[in-house]
Design a protein around this ligand. Sequence first.
Ligand code: NAD
Length: 445
Amino acid sequence: MPKVYPATSEVRSRRALLSREGKVALQVICKVPVADEGFVDYAVEIAREGFKVWSRMSGNERGRILANAGKMLLDAHPELARLEVLDTGKPLSESGGVGADSVQFFSGLASTVCVSGSYIPLGSKAFGYTRREPLGVCVGIGAWNYPNQIALWKSAPALACGNSVILKPSELTPLTALRIAEIYSEAGVPPGVFNVVHGDHTTGSLLAGHKGVRKVSLTGSVPTGKKIMERAATTLKTISLELGGKSPMIVFNDANIDNAVRGAMMANFYCQGEVCSNGTRLLVQESIKDDFMHRFCELTNRIRIGDPMKESTQFGALITENHMKKVAFLAISLQVPGLPSCPRPQRRCNSIRNGFFLGPVIFEKCTKDSRLLKEEIFGPVACVQTFKTEEEAIEMANGTDFGLAAAVFTNDIQRAHRVVDQLDAGTCWINEYNLSPPELPFGEK
Ligand SMILES: NC(=O)c1ccc[n+]([C@@H]2O[C@H](COP(=O)([O-])OP(=O)(O)OC[C@H]3O[C@@H](n4cnc5c(N)ncnc54)[C@H](O)[C@@H]3O)[C@@H](O)[C@H]2O)c1
């Protein structure tokens, strides 16, 4: 059952919304309580009780309940998508049922991979065996860009393996987690097994350091990852960190250029560029650069920016005013010298008053030591560089501290795998970008 805690202080979720008439309004859409130390203790206690029940059930029973939840989450997709738009400002067309497929996938593994161990014969007189056992209370701490997906990607495998979960969504996007908790509960997940605790970094820090918690999984920034690592070390708990990115997308001159441009659009402007794995460093072979840029700018100029609740909108608002200012600052003031190659959509954004809108920007003259190429911007800013040889492309691609993702676009299958083999990145795509089904692992190397 979702727990409701009395408020000690409040986080206000403030959003710029475009109404159906196209008018813009800044409004408070909800207030959520911030869990303090007492509430965190309470949540952990409840989750420990839930764990006793859930971990004793067979994998098959857990799988059946999770399969129910997966189906109910899919059915609730329109409602969850609208909540996600309210939470994030991203367009409805991109707020799809991401995450429900993960619950369905892990429901199928609950009675097999999640619980099975191995049998090891030790001669005629003995044998040994290994068991996969649930850890206990697992905490998920989420970022604001994909609240629905993060809640489900974190909870589905943990629940399938018999753990109980406390989810702390980002303080900027509190809405979907509560609806997800209701759906889990209606699907048959026992009380105390999936719990939502709201709050900011103080609540996250309390959870990360809590002695009753066995594991913390964070999706967030590198600085937060370091802090959680420190806090978790005080009680020697296991952690998983899904952090930031500055990923390369390499386009060779034998690639299908239309497909590569489609990939570059997905890798930079989907979800207003607020995607950790985005290919924001576009490395294009010199001989096709003009053709690539022409088609890339043409498609970028056609992006439909506007009311995120409209089905036809492709590009919504950034998460907060502060984030918009940070993205704009990095994008505009750090590019020296030269103007962006494709600033036209910016003019459309300027005509939308009061919203946190920032149109897509493409820079094609990025200098090697520019901060634009080094720091995660987490907004709709693409940086194009050129290379001459395969070796040069690999060296440029690996010139980052963030080894999250990468992609290679080429029609030469041998080259594709040869280059991927040398890329220092967790997820590598070939002639694709940001494809992340639940069957595949996702994340850092
Ligand atoms: N690799 C991935 O899968 C992935 C996916 C989405 C977003 N991200 C990354 O997330 C970042 C953007 O999200 P954000 O701004 O919400 O990140 P953030 O690090 O500011 O916050 C993430 C979460 O951590 C909590 N938090 C902050 N400080 C904390 C602390 N000291 N102790 C415990 N919890 C704390 C926040 O309340 C929030 O819930 C980007 O860097 C992006 O690349 C990564």
